[in-house]
Write a protein that binds this ligand. Structure first.
Ligand code: UDP
Length: 484
């Protein structure tokens, strides 16, 4: 490695998955544009997701950050064929460590800080070898950080499976967490993904700081607990940097003129956008009920539809944006659905330009799996939500949105546990788009939209200042290294 330049040089590491790559790329961009960093981003690419590879190509061509792809290794000999997403990503991130170390050594300028995402915590050791500060960037929210760092404590104190406990779990700074709402890796304590989860919970506090994709005014209680010496702060002991909302508009992939021409013609805040993130898939039965629910609601909609899976969940996590076209979809929707809803609805196969849709003034609601990126995109556009949590930490996000923030409504049955029927869907759609309740919820989400904008106000915003503090620390380290 050659000698350091006068600029701080952050190396970022992103794990596979659209929802993981997006926040890291955008953090890198902000470090360059707002704080004058050099940034190198290593993305461990799944190589099976068309959406992920498009995002990567576009980031590589922008040249703002130096983006380098590390191909995910073949781990078929190391995990079961039906291994959970968290297990697969954890094993991939473990296996790429030697390649990542060599790639860092081959860089032209010495890194002055390492920032890894949640699944990259085992690589924090590389920063120790290089004697540079090391940070973990949690692309989701403060409740998630709280649960992660508290997981090793729960592991020692709770007997038996979490999901069969009678009492909710009291995670400092969070609302009581119902056993049925625990994150996916906690659903089965005998599964490898559980051990990986607890390990990550142990490793996060070994960093020099935790960056969280939230902002001070959004989650004050959880953030206080994370910093409080008598609460979670005794476990984390490291600074918490709130850097959210960090969202990234993806470049135009494909031509969407027809869709936006249609949206332009719809009344203000009248359209429901329905999408389940990059990974979400539904059963055939649930797709049928959703179609009927939308039709019965008589409201306008844009629905991103994917081929069904046997169980509702994360069926397209590693294949996002690849797959079926229009022909395949028409056969799976109820007979005549497309023609009956021709004037009020648009069905998009696989993938849609989500941020551009949510930004459009005709959109008035978002039926979402409430992945954290989607959640932030909805809040920052002042769009109220119908939460439809499917996997990962989404059941927790749903509770934040409905019970803590009051910007969303939810179905009686958890969509990951049972089928939500057409009548209930119809009612929820009307509650958000037509009823008085929807207007009140919209007013609340618009307040949060303003608070999100404030967080990134130049110089004075809480997230702007928080990342500036981190940037300053890295800058000081750069000078120290240069003087050595
Ligand atoms: N996304 C999109 N079009 C789609 C589906 C998803 O642009 O059809 C983007 C969405 O805007 C968000 C990301 O993919 O930025 C999904 O991240 P999220 O955290 O919401 O969910 P995940 O995919 O990780 O479950």
């Amino acid at each position: 490695m050659e000698s350091s330049s006068s600029k701080p040089h952050a190396v970022l590491l992103a794990s596979p998955g659209v929802g993981h790559v997006i926040p890291v790329l955008e953090l890198g961009k902000r470090l360059v544009t707002l704080y004058n960093f050099d940034v190198t981003i290593f993305v461990v690419a799944s190589q099976t997701s068309a959406a992920e590879s498009k995002i990567l190509q576009s980031a590589m061509s922008s040249k703002l950050c130096h983006v380098i792809e590390i191909p995910a290794p073949d781990i078929s000999g190391l995990v079961d064929p039906d291994a959970a997403v968290v297990t697969i990503i954890s094993v991939i991130m473990r296996e790429i460590k030697p390649a990542f170390r060599s790639a860092i050594s081959a860089l032209k300028t010495t890194p002055t800080a390492l920032i890894v995402d949640l699944f990259g915590t085992e690589s924090l050791a590389i920063a120790e070898e290089l004697q540079i500060p090391k940070y973990v960037y949690v692309g989701t929210n403060a409740w998630c950080v709280a649960l992660f760092v508290y997981a090793p404590t729960l592991d020692k104190t709770v007997q038996g499976q979490y999901v069969v406990q009678n009492e909710s779990f009291n995670i400092p700074g969070c609302r009581p967490l119902r056993p049925e709402d625990v994150v996916d890796p906690m659903l089965d304590r005998t599964n490898q993904q559980y051990f990986e989860y607890v390990r990550i919970g142990e490793e996060i506090p070994l960093s020099d700081g935790i960056l969280v994709n939230t902002w001070e005014d959004l989650q004050p209680t959880a953030l206080t607990a994370l910093r409080d010496d008598k609460s979670l702060g005794r476990i984390t002991k490291v600074p918490i940097y709130t850097v959210g909302p960090i969202i990234r508009r993806l470049g135009p992939a494909g031509s969407w003129n027809e869709l936006f021409d249609w949206l332009d013609k719809q009344p203000s805040e009248s359209v429901l956008y329905v999408s389940f993130g990059s990974g979400g898939t539904l059963t055939y039965e649930q797709i049928t009920e959703l179609a009927w629910g939308l039709e019965l609601s008589q409201q306008r909609f844009i629905w991103v539809v994917r081929l069904p899976t046997e169980t509702t969940g994360d069926g397209s996590f590693f294949t996002a944006g690849s797959g079926a076209g229009d022909d395949d979809l028409s056969s799976l929707l109820p007979d005549g659905f497309l023609s009956r809803t021709l004037d009020i609805g648009v069905v998009v196969p696989q993938w849609a330009p989500q941020i551009d849709i949510l930004t459009h003034p005709s959109v008035g609601g978002f039926l979402s799996h409430c992945g954290w990126n989607s959640t932030l995109e909805s809040i920052t556009n002042g769009v109220p939500m119908i939460v439809w949590p499917l996997y990962s930490e989404q059941r927790m996000n749903a509770t934040i949105l409905t019970e803590e923030l009051g910007v969303a409504i939810r179905s009686k049955v958890l969509p990951s546990k049972g089928v939500v029927g057409r009548e209930e869907i119809k009612t929820m759609v009307r509650r958000i788009l037509v009823d008085e309740e929807g207007y009140e919820i919209r007013a609340k989400v618009k307040e949060l939209q303003r608070s999100a904008q404030k967080a990134w106000t130049r110089e004075s915003g809480s997230s702007y200042s928080s990342l500036a503090r981190l940037a300053k620390e890295c800058g000081m380290m750069t000078k120290r290294n240069a003087n050595d």
